[in-house]
Design a protein. Structure first.
Length: 166
């Protein structure tokens, strides 16, 4: 990998990690606020998806280099959660779909630039984003989630149960 590609890869890992940090914090805030009580199991599964992916990415970067950014992400996540609390579930799913679609090209690049020792983890990270998008699209179409989250979590999400747990 060239020096530029290596730096781009590191930048993408950092970007993805901070995105998952935001997602996990945002979902923890929604759960704590008892937002969308009819969809609490979905919120817990979405939290597990974000947190398991965040943990996977953590092994690919020096966390000390992102500490101040993590604090900013958590603050931004809280602010975003306050907005989403007032949204309908469909509004939340529309926003989720928009965010996932915008992020997919970066996740594709992350996978393409991954060194061989990181390919398996970056494939899981890439699959995570597709899972998130498919879940939101299923929700918007009225088809439930078709087991999309459960399947991904069963395969890749071991050890994460909910906010504040191992």
């Amino acid at each position: 990998m060239s020096e530029n590609s290596d730096q781009r890869y590191r930048d993408l890992v950092r970007w993805a990690y901070l995105g998952e940090e935001f997602g996990a914090a945002f979902l923890a805030d929604l759960i704590a606020a008892d937002a969308h009580p009819d969809h609490r199991p979905d919120l817990l599964s979405l939290y597990q998806l974000e947190e398991s992916t965040r943990r996977r990415l953590a092994g690919h970067l020096d966390l000390a280099t992102v500490d101040t950014h993590r604090i900013r992400q958590r603050s931004a996540a809280y602010d975003f959660a306050q907005t989403i609390v007032g949204e309908s579930w469909a509004g939340f799913m529309h926003e989720t779909t928009r965010i996932a679609r915008e992020a997919l090209p970066q996740f594709e690049q992350l996978l393409a630039l991954a060194p061989s020792e990181a390919t398996v983890d970056m494939q899981v990270v890439f699959d995570h984003e597709h899972t998130l998008l498919a879940f939101a699209e299923h929700q918007l179409s009225g088809r439930g989630d078709g087991g999309i989250l459960a399947s991904h979590l069963h395969t890749y999400g071991a050890g994460v149960t909910g906010p504040g747990t191992a």
